[in-house]
Design a protein around this ligand. Sequence first.
Ligand SMILES: Cc1cc2nc3c(=O)[nH]c(=O)nc-3n(C[C@H](O)[C@H](O)[C@H](O)COP(=O)(O)OP(=O)(O)OC[C@H]3O[C@@H](n4cnc5c(N)ncnc54)[C@H](O)[C@@H]3O)c2cc1C
Ligand SMILES: Cc1cnn(-c2ccc(OCc3ccccc3)c(C(=O)O)c2)c1-c1ccc(Cl)c(F)c1
Length: 477
Amino acid sequence: MDGDKNDQSTVKAAVIGGGLIMVGALQACYLAKRGFQVDLYEGRQDIRTVEEAKGRSINLALSVRGRAALHHVGLEEEITAAGIPMRARRIHNRAGGLHNQPYDKDGQAIFSVSRRNLNEKLLTKAESFPNVKLHFQHRLVRADLDKGELQFTTSSGDTVTATHDITFGADGAYSAMRRELMRGNRINFSQEYIPHGYMELKIPPTEDGGFAMLPNFLHIWPRDEFMMIALPNQDHTFTGTLFVPFAIFEKVQERGEDGVIEFFTKNFPDAIPLIGEESLKNTFMSTKALPMVSVKCYPYHRKDKAVLMGDAAHAMVPFYGQGMNCGFEDCVVLDEILNKHNNNFKTALPEFSQVRSPDAQAMCDLALYNYVEMRHLVNSKLFMLNKKIDDFLYWLLPKSYMPLYNMVTFSRIRYSIVISKWKQQKKFVRFCLISALFALPMIAGTGYWQRSNLSGHRRFNFHWRNIRWEKIGSKQR
Ligand SMILES: Cc1cc2nc3c(=O)[nH]c(=O)nc-3n(C[C@H](O)[C@H](O)[C@H](O)COP(=O)(O)OP(=O)(O)OC[C@H]3O[C@@H](n4cnc5c(N)ncnc54)[C@H](O)[C@@H]3O)c2cc1C
Ligand SMILES: Cc1cnn(-c2ccc(OCc3ccccc3)c(C(=O)O)c2)c1-c1ccc(Cl)c(F)c1
């Protein structure tokens, strides 16, 4: 089907999934801007009408890639204004010490945004287009993609069928669209569950209603095989996310409330007063840790009839805070390709699969790499040393060295190029270190020889600059 520029208003597009998060809702906006007739089908209720959206993280880190996608539909300023900028990481060490490090020498920030607020704004934006229709509590159960026939079950248990020229599957990591796409097509698919689970813990405001910790930071508690992070919310709370192997979650829960306190006293002592002992025990004992899965598939499309986006195409573990940013960037990449192909899906969709999958898969791999890497930084000093080396090289060689995290988070360099640049940089750093190791003895030898001829001896002291820790027990966390 050639949706060429002239008759695009007759193109009927279906988007599956646009609730809990927003790749589908955002894609509906992109298609509406192209003039297509868009039907957005979401299995859940309209999040704008329900009190509390269950599951998934309450807030997320929005960075450059996601912001660029939102900018295209005029939502970047509104969303970032409602978010909280996190300009630095704040590392909490086991003894309660704290260490800050800015993310970017130019003060760029990642934004802690409310999942609900983001979703509400995107659904309202999509609804504002006259050529978009939202259908909630429509769960896709079957699809004949060659005919464009989609079958949904509704909240009343009825079956509804709809026919569309093209279907965009943004229905998440456990995608029904991907299942239907794989039926009778040669689609490569892999998924990997990691042994860790995650649990959210709320850090309430202080008694006077302020933030319990400094707000403009991404708070990180790196603890070898455990990790915890906390992102600020507009209501002066923080949403903490605890990452622990399921086996240990279960062991601690088996030990009951005392086991919870023992675990936190040993690993995250400063978090106990922040969360509150009672709330910590209640949440930990009443919450089931949730799984994290990495999903890859290829290709993402079926002829000119269907294409996957977001987690449906490439779910990743959340150790880089890029899943949503990557899904949002899918919308930008597909939009650019549709422009290039003048809305001709027959040629545009294969190019989207070909261009986007190496980048999305690179990000899936980086997120898994981070998951492993962060656990090997057995303590916070090592975590910070790693970052200080990165920052020093970035300061020394700004044109040729950019830390991996900055390339991922503060640039739109294709993820696959980020990996190749990172590998080149690592080789360069290794070369410099080895050269320095060889040169050092010669420099030292020469220096010693010179000094041995100097009147009097000045000791040449070389101090590793100790990582400065704020005084333990300082008021603000
Ligand atoms: C703990 C955690 C922390 C995270 N933190 C970050 C972060 O800081 N930054 C970041 O960028 N990303 C983060 N992510 C990743 C991010 O949540 C996902 O990448 C993002 O939600 C993917 O959006 P999506 O629209 O592709 O899929 P989803 O968010 O899964 O949305 C899919 C939608 O489709 C609907 N649906 C599913 N099946 C059907 C069906 N059969 N019919 C109709 N509708 C259906 C669902 O109800 C849902 O509304 C995090 C993830 C986790 C688990
Ligand atoms: C939600 C979100 C947004 N960004 N990041 C993030 C991720 C990784 C980072 O460094 C990894 C590294 C540090 C040191 C060496 C290698 C890698 C940093 C950083 O540099 O501050 C920030 C996260 C996040 C998500 C989950 C966990 Cl568990 C976590 F800790 C942070």
